[in-house]
Design a protein around this ligand. Sequence first.
Ligand SMILES: Nc1nc2c(c(=O)[nH]1)N[C@@H](CN(C=O)c1ccc(C(=O)N[C@@H](CCC(=O)O)C(=O)O)cc1)CN2
Ligand SMILES: NCC(=O)N[C@@H]1O[C@H](COP(=O)([O-])[O-])[C@@H](O)[C@H]1O
Length: 214
Amino acid sequence: MSVSCRVLVLISGNGSNLQAIIDGCDDNLQADVVGVISNKPDAYGLIRAHQSEIDTSCVIAYKDETRVEYDARLKLAIDKYQPDLIVLAGFMRILSDEFVQGFEGKMINIHPSLLPKYTGLHTHQRAIDAKDQVHGVSVHFVTPELDSGPVILQAKVPVYEEDTCEILALRVNEQEHAIYPLVVKWFSQNRLAMLNGKAVLDSVELGAAGYAVD
Ligand SMILES: Nc1nc2c(c(=O)[nH]1)N[C@@H](CN(C=O)c1ccc(C(=O)N[C@@H](CCC(=O)O)C(=O)O)cc1)CN2
Ligand SMILES: NCC(=O)N[C@@H]1O[C@H](COP(=O)([O-])[O-])[C@@H](O)[C@H]1O
C-alpha cells in the first residue's frame, strides 16, 4: 500500500485552495494530488491542474438528471483514481446521502464560515449583515447533512465595519490556503500511523500561518 496519501480534489471554479494543496504537496505533506475532477468545464482550477501535470476529469450535470444519477457518474469518475482522501475545494454541488455515505471518513470540505454558523451559501454577506466582528473558515468531514460534519480545523478572521463581501472573502481565502494543506498533512499522517498500527493524531499541528479557533 502506497506510503503517500492519494488525494483527489473536486472543484467547480478558481481552484486557489487546490493550488494551495498542490503547493503543499511539494513541501512534504506526505500526499500527492492524483487527480482533479470538476463539474464545470471552464473551471480555472483545471488549468492549474494541467500546469502541475495532474490528471483531470469533468463530470458535467445533464439537464434532466437527478442528483442521484449525477452522483453515480461522479462516483465512477472518483473510483478511477482510487483516492485515500477526497477534498472538496469549492465544489458547488450538494451530494446525495447515499453518495456521501460511501465516502464518509475520507471526504472533507472547506466552508467559508465558523461552523456551525452560516451553513450553505453567501456566508460572507451574512456575516457582514449580522455585523459580526469575527468570521472565518472551517474544514470538516462531509456528511449527508450539509456543512454539518465533524469540524477538523477552523481559522478566524476579524470583520471590519468598512468591509465589503469581496474584501472579507479575500481575508478568509488567505486563511483557507493556510489551513487546508495542514488538514491534508494531518490526514496523511493519521493514515500512515494507522497503516503502521500506531495511535492516530488527535490534533492538527498548526503552522505559523494557521490557528485553531480558541
Ligand atoms: N451532502 C453534502 N454535500 C455537500 C457538502 C456537505 O457537507 N454535505 N458540502 C458542500 C459544500 N458547500 C458548502 O461548503 C455547498 C456547495 C453547494 C451548495 C448548493 O446550494 N449548491 C446548489 C447549486 C449551486 C450552484 O450550482 O451554484 C445545488 O447543488 O443545488 C451548498 C453548499 C458540498 N456538498
Ligand atoms: N459552500 C462551499 C463554498 O462556498 N466554498 C468556498 O468556495 C471557495 C472556492 O475557492 P477556490 O475555488 O479558489 O478554492 C472557497 O472560498 C471555499 O470556502
